[in-house]
Ligand binder design. Structure first.
Ligand SMILES: [Zn+2]
Length: 299
């Protein structure tokens, strides 16, 4: 389907033309598409195609556009003043930075970015819904009760919502980093190495630990891959250099102040304590400082 046959008839209505025996139809949008419409009206964006899909309880219209964008050949003044930031992508979705990051204009800048509250709340709801689903399941038969179906639908809805919130959150962070700094120092993505550290976060082994660790690990690895993908392409839009430390680099074991190496520390220690210079610092911030200091350009 080609532009201009796909068009917004109002900020909330998207007209999708017919074709291949299908009649044309209009979809009503959950949110206003004002920003996209403004881009289209100024000819900054041109709609190429639209894909309508369904995930759990919702329909999604994904509008693919060709966008004309000015790519700067050097960072802005603000970026240059801020310079380089070291980023530690830790376990449990915690992001530690060597400098402040303003996520939402007007709010306090952060150096430690945890999981947003709404994400945690949805995760808790999902755990409850999954428990309910398994309680209602009748084993040894294909015929399941209405209550089971309802619980299953609820699980699907929550999973879809979680996936959307996670993606939005990663997009926000990766965007702010490249807007506010001229160089971003990261660890080289090494998914296999993450497997071991994910295990180390499970403090109390219980019945479902194996399954839970598996799930958390899968989500964590997917998030890390996605974050790295996003920041790489966004860096090009803002003339930002991505630099990295090699994946064997012991960023969480070195003292960022004097270089002393801790060989006994476990992932449970939230604070890095140096036995050489007596520095005590949040473990992840210490790692971020090491990454900032030792990262080099990648070809
Ligand atoms: Zn030290």
């Amino acid at each position: 389907m080609k532009n201009p046959s796909i068009r917004f008839t109002s900020p909330r209505r998207l007209r999708i033309p017919g074709g291949g025996g299908q009649p044309a139809f209009t979809v009503r949008l959950h949110q206003k598409a004002s920003r996209l419409i403004a881009l289209i009206e100024t000819r900054t964006a041109v709609i190429t195609s639209v894909t309508v899909t369904r995930h759990a309880h919702r329909w999604y219209a994904s509008v693919l556009c060709t966008v004309h964008q000015h790519i700067p050949d050097q960072p802005t003044r603000r970026q240059r003043v801020a310079g380089r930031v070291g980023v530690d992508l830790g376990v449990k979705h915690r992001l530690a930075l060597t400098g402040p990051l303003t996520l939402i204009p007007g709010q306090d800048p952060l150096t430690l970015i945890g999981k947003p509250h709404h994400l945690e709340a949805t995760e808790r709801k999902l755990v409850r819904a999954e428990r309910q689903m398994s309680r209602r399941r009748v084993t040894g038969t294909k015929q399941q009760s209405k209550g089971y179906q309802e619980a299953k639908d609820r699980v699907a809805k929550l999973k879809a919502r979680l996936a959307m919130h996670r993606a939005t959150n990663l997009h926000l962070i990766s965007k702010r980093l490249v807007q506010q700094y001229s160089e971003v120092a990261l660890e080289t993505l090494h998914v296999k190495g993450m497997t071991r550290s994910a295990k180390g976060t499970v403090d109390k082994p219980g019945r479902n630990v194996r399954a839970k660790a598996g799930l958390n690990r899968a989500i964590l690895e997917a998030s890390l891959t996605e974050f790295n993908r996003q920041i790489e392409y966004k860096a090009r839009w803002h003339a930002v250099d991505i630099i990295r430390v090699p994946n064997w680099f012991p960023s969480s074991r070195l003292c960022s102040n004097c270089g002393w190496k801790d060989t006994t520390q476990t992932l449970k220690d939230r604070t890095f304590r140096c036995k050489e210079c007596t520095m005590a610092l949040d473990r992840d911030i210490n790692a971020a400082r090491n990454i900032k200091e030792h990262a080099v350009p990648v070809q």
